[in-house]
Each structure stands twice: as structure tokens, then as C-alpha cells.
Design a protein. Structure first.
Length: 561
RNA sequence: GGCCUGUUAGUCAAGCGGUCAAGACGUCGCCCUCUCACGGCGAAGACAGGAGUUCGAUUCUCCUACGGGUCACCA
């Protein structure tokens, strides 16, 4: 077979050679150990938790080594592409603190723009580049065309195919048949090709598999160590009939030309690593380092772990936004999952920016983890407890603007009050941890607002007359200028006067000697003022509410009894 | 089904031939305390199973079981 002729027939329009292309993308001028990493999603609509997870790894490794982190849009499957998805992806990642140095960015007009010298960063615009390498492979007898008819092509349907693959029965005969078909495809003549071309028949390009499935190749993965995988023995498609390559070929060409040093991707790619290695070798490219990250899982109906799929709760970053998790908290959670020593580091460095942490590949786990919302909640409480009242205010306001207009308006109507509320128990060594999500803020502080206040808890086990008497005494004696000690001394006096024990130790020694304790008296006041049995420090609460409101609430509660 | 990969408490995880097998979340108990929250102390809870190598296996090897992944003109 005259491969040079075949190459010309197939790609008459391609005049460049790989050498020409290489010249346009010289090696990057970076420090010795700088890592170049990338995130290469297909723009199918939303950011997956697993995507954020990988993105954090790539961002950390690149930036911590003085390297480059870029974004490449893998839009080679036009059927699945969703308009505006790339913008959303970039802004969502930015929301979580992930920023790219290069590649797709959001331009000043709000549309996608591109930055950097190693583009195009959108695969659908790289057709000419792929074709140069594809032609070269054909010329060297390493790739060959397979023709189909237009009708056949049109009947191809992605979701049908997916269903077919899933339900397929894998028997030995089937494997045998596949092999035979592959071998048959390799047999063709130049004349046949010419006829097809003349006829306008579409074709795909397949690589000639160099391996033997019975033999193993040693592969190295930075997370998993040395692996033995079967050699590639399948003639994979490297150019679809639309002239755009599927993932494999695009990965090899792009990551080589873009100077990627570390390929970080999900473990679902592990199985195709030998193919990729073969491609790099055919193309004469230096292989990048590979890191196949563990999957984030969720529990299915049978209690089994499953790869977190699109529909699962917690798969989309939108879920976290809606639920009210602060981006910092989600990032913090992911970091603890990603690097097993992160949590320890964080407890020693509670106030350091996460970028101070030395992220290491060694500390990454190679088995999939279940997303643990309880843990996330705990981490989130810690994160929020370290924020200033001002930060809480803006976080809560931002979330409420989207999901609770009424509360957002209340927050905005009196910022000073909101800040005072959020300052309770904040700052200092042991801050309160009352909420872990923005959505939990309103239920916690609602009683501060007249519009939301209502008596939620009931006092049980006490004589109404006693309750009324205590409340009347408190209302009659309340002075907003008292300090906390004086304030509480007054409550003790009221307790004693009404037959309640003012001292808890005394009371515990002999509860039957009293109607109750000062704790009970406090609870009367607490329910009257906050509507609840539990609340943050009452003295402070009253200060924020103001005397008029406090007395008013006590009186109306008294009357309701 | 073939191949790959993984398996330490409910969850996430240290460990890398000799440990009473860390720690965190969750659960429970106690303390602090006017309630709550915080904080402190403590408890229960794990090396999937079986062979082998070894003086000694959670750690190395093999087998079994069970998860997960993959086998598309999807990425």
C-alpha cells in the first residue's frame, strides 16, 4: 500500500507537517519543577463535584510550583453541548476560588474569550491541527480510514449507543467477532478508497493497534504507582467523520502541544491509558505524568457505593449553592478528602489561607470516597464560625437574595442590627457554631425580627401564676443600662422572691425544696422574649432588641398565658 | 463476561514486617453552664475471608468474596 498516496487522498487540503505545527508551540519557559496542568471538561451544562475536586488538584499543583493552570474546552461532541455552559463553568469555578491562568476565560463582554499562546483552547477550533497529525499517521501507515454511508452515519445515536453498550452481553464469541471485524476493516485497497471518496462517503480514521491484549505494559501513575495494563489491541477511532477527534487523540495532541506536564483525570480513564501511551509513542511525543483520581461516590438504593452520577444529590455544584453551603466550606471539605493530612494542618493553622498548605500527590487516596454531608456540615460550621460578622452578613444576604427574598429584605433594611446579631458569640477562641449553611441563618435569628417572631416553645410544669409573677417582676426591674452581672443578679433576686432557688448547686442538692430554680425563671423570660427554650445569651439578645421591644414581648406573652 | 482496580469502625482516614492499630465526623455518657452553642474529658466501634512467606503479618505473595471502573463516531 502506498501510504503517502493514501494520505494525500484522504487529506488533500492539509499542507502543514507536524514540524510546522511544533514550531508554533515552543516549550514553555518555566522554572525547573513547574507543573503545567489543565482542566478539560466538556461543556455539558453543570459543574460536577468530581470536576471541582480535580480542579483543586490541578490548580494547587500548578500554582504551588510556579506553573500554569489552564482551561481547555472539550467540545468535540456537538450533540451534547449546551449553550452557555462554558461561561457557567468558569464562573462557578471562580466562585469556589479556582482561577485559570490561561485558556478559556470570560471576556469583558461576558462571552467566552481566550488567553494564552498555546491555543486554540477549544477543541472544535483545533480541527486543522488534528488533521496534520492524522495525515502524518496515515502517511506512516499507522492509521487508516474506514468508510461508511451517509445513511449509516445518520442513524448513529449517542444515547442508543450508550444503552446498547450497557446491555451488551459479553461473550467470548462476541469478543471474537469484534476482533474479526477489526481485522477485516484493515483490508482495503487504494482503489476502494478512491471510489468512496469520489462517492462522497464519510470516513473515520482509526489507529493501527500496536499491542497484544495478552501482554502487559507497565504504566506509572503518580497516585497509584506502578500498574500493569494490557497492551492496546484495538484500532480506536482517532478522527470522527466530522473531522474532529474523540477524546483520546485530542488528549495526545493537545496536551503535548500545550505543554501539559501532569494529566489529572478521573479513574475512568485508567483503562484507556495504554491506548494513550501508544498514541504518544506513534506521534513521537513525550508522555506527561498521569494522575487518575479516585471517584466521588454516592449510595444507591441498595446501599452500594456508586460513582456520583449527574442526577444524584450533591453531584452538581448548584446543589451546594441551593443548600446554602459557603464555597469556602465546600473547598475545605474537598481538601480534607483530597489530602489526608489537610485536616491536621488546618487544626494547627486555623487562620491560614488554604494556599499555605503544601498539597502533596503522595497524600492522595486511591480509593473512592462517599460524600459525607455530616462531615461537610461540621467543616462548614467551623469555616463560618471563623468568619467576621460582616462576612456572615454578606454571605447570608447573597444567598437570601436568591432563595429567600423576604429575609434578604429584612437583612438589608437594618444592616446594623443584623451585624449585631451575627456578632453574638463571634470572635475569640471558642466561637459559637450555630449554623453551617446560609439556609440555617434565618431559622436561627428569626426571633430578632418582629416580622418573623413567634412563640415556638411552650413552658411546661409550672404554675401560670408563678410565671406571670416572675415576668412582671422582671419587666418592672429591667434596666437596659445594667451590666450583665447586675442583670443576672436581678433575675436571681426575682427567683428567690418567687420561691425559686437562685443557686443551681443548692437547687440540685434538694430540688424538692423549691418551685424550681433560677434556670427555670430564666427560661420563662427566654421563651417570652425569644419564643424559644433555647437561645444565645439572653442579656445580649435584649440589648439588641432594645428595651421597648423586650418589655413588649414579655407583656404580651404574659397576657397570652 | 474479559480486563483493570480497590477493600482498616456507620463515614473519611493514618499505617508502609514488631503499634495496647492514630485522628476527624457521627453516636452515647460525664463535666462546664441560667438554656442553647462552644469547650473539656471519656466510651462503644475496624484490619473482608482463607492459604502461604517470615521468628513475627493490617503491612509482602496467591486464591476466594464483595465493591468500583472499562469494553461508543461520550467525554
Amino acid at each position: 500500500m502506498d501510504y503517502a498516496k493514501l494520505a494525500e487522498l484522504l487529506f488533500p487540503d492539509v499542507t502543514e507537517t507536524p514540524e510546522d505545527v511544533e514550531k508554533k508551540y515552543p516549550p514553555r519557559d518555566l522554572p525547573q519543577d513547574a507543573k503545567v496542568t489543565r482542566f478539560a471538561p466538556s461543556p455539558t451544562g453543570f459543574v460536577h463535584l468530581g470536576g471541582l475536586y480535580q480542579t483543586i488538584v490541578g490548580e494547587r499543583l500548578a500554582h504551588q510550583s510556579g506553573g500554569v493552570f489552564f482551561l481547555r474546552i472539550e467540545d468535540t461532541d456537538e450533540k451534547r453541548e449546551i449553550a452557555g455552559a462554558a461561561q457557567k463553568l468558569i464562573s462557578t469555578l471562580a466562585h469556589y476560588g479556582v482561577h485559570f491562568d490561561e485558556g478559556a476565560v470570560i471576556g469583558e463582554d461576558g462571552n467566552i474569550a481566550y488567553k494564552g499562546e498555546y491555543g486554540p483552547y477549544k477543541q472544535s477550533e483545533r480541527g486543522p491541527i488534528y488533521r496534520v497529525y492524522a495525515k502524518d499517521l496515515v502517511r506512516r501507515g499507522l492509521a487508516y480510514p474506514v468508510f461508511t454511508t451517509r445513511e449509516e452515519l445518520e442513524s448513529l445515536n449517542a444515547s442508543d449507543k450508550k444503552a446498547e453498550v450497557k446491555s451488551r452481553e459479553w461473550t467470548e464469541e462476541f469478543a471474537e467477532q469484534q476482533k474479526e471485524e477489526m481485522l477485516a476493516r484493515r483490508n482495503f485497497t487504494i482503489e476502494e478508497v478512491e471510489a468512496h471518496l469520489k462517492n462522497g462517503d464519510p470516513f473515520v480514521l482509526r489507529v493501527l493497534a500496536s499491542g497484544d491484549g495478552e501482554r502487559k505494559v507497565k504504566c506509572f501513575d503518580l497516585i497509584r504507582g506502578e500498574l500493569e495494563l494490557p497492551e492496546n489491541d484495538r484500532d480506536e477511532i482517532i478522527l470522527k467523520s466530522n473531522g474532529i477527534p474523540p477524546y483520546h487523540f485530542a488528549h495526545a495532541v493537545d496536551d503535548h502541544l500545550m505543554g501539559t506536564t501532569h494529566v489529572i483525570r478521573g479513574e475512568e480513564w485508567l483503562a484507556s491509558l495504554p491506548l494513550h501511551l501508544q498514541l504518544f509513542s506513534y506521534l513521537g511525543f513525550k508522555t506527561p505524568k498521569y494522575m487518575h483520581t479516585a471517584q466521588v461516590m454516592s449510595l444507591d438504593a441498595n446501599g452500594n457505593k456508586k460513582k456520583l452520577s449527574k442526577r444524584d444529590m450533591g453531584a452538581s455544584m448548584d446543589d451546594y449553592t441551593r443548600l446554602g453551603y459557603a464555597p469556602e466550606a465546600v473547598r475545605e471539605y474537598l481538601l480534607t478528602v483530597l489530602n489526608s493530612n489537610y485536616e491536621e494542618w488546618r487544626s494547627k493553622n486555623p487562620d491560614s489561607p488554604y494556599t499555605d498548605f503544601q498539597f502533596s500527590i503522595k497524600k492522595m487516596s486511591n480509593s473512592g470516597c462517599l460524600i459525607d454531608f455530616e462531615k461537610l456540615e461540621d467543616i462548614s460550621k467551623n469555616v463560618l464560625s471563623r468568619m467576621t460578622a460582616e462576612q456572615i452578613y454578606s454571605g447570608a444576604l447573597e444567598w437570601s437574595r436568591l432563595f429567600d427574598e423576604e429575609f434578604a429584605n429584612l437583612l438589608e433594611a437594618d444592616k446594623e442590627k443584623a451585624i449585631a446579631v451575627f456578632s453574638i458569640g463571634r470572635g475569640g477562641k471558642k466561637p459559637r457554631k450555630d449554623f453551617g449553611r446560609w439556609s440555617e441563618v434565618k431559622p436561627f435569628v428569626s426571633f430578632f425580627y418582629k416580622e418573623l417572631f413567634k412563640v415556638e416553645d411552650a413552658i411546661e410544669g409550672f404554675d401560670k401564676a408563678d410565671i406571670k409573677s416572675c415576668l412582671a417582676d422582671f419587666a418592672g426591674n429591667y434596666d437596659e443600662n445594667d451590666d450583665q452581672n447586675t442583670w443576672f443578679e436581678k433575675i436571681k433576686q426575682i427567683a428567690a422572691k418567687n420561691g425559686f432557688c437562685p443557686d443551681m448547686k443548692l437547687y440540685k442538692a434538694d430540688p424538692s425544696a423549691y418551685k424550681g430554680s433560677v434556670a427555670d425563671v430564666s427560661s420563662f423570660i427566654r421563651v417570652a422574649v425569644t419564643g424559644r427554650l433555647n437561645s444565645p445569651d439572653l442579656f445580649t439578645v435584649m440589648n439588641i432588641l432594645g428595651k421597648a421591644e423586650t418589655i413588649d414581648r414579655i407583656n404580651s406573652f404574659k397576657e397570652s398565658l
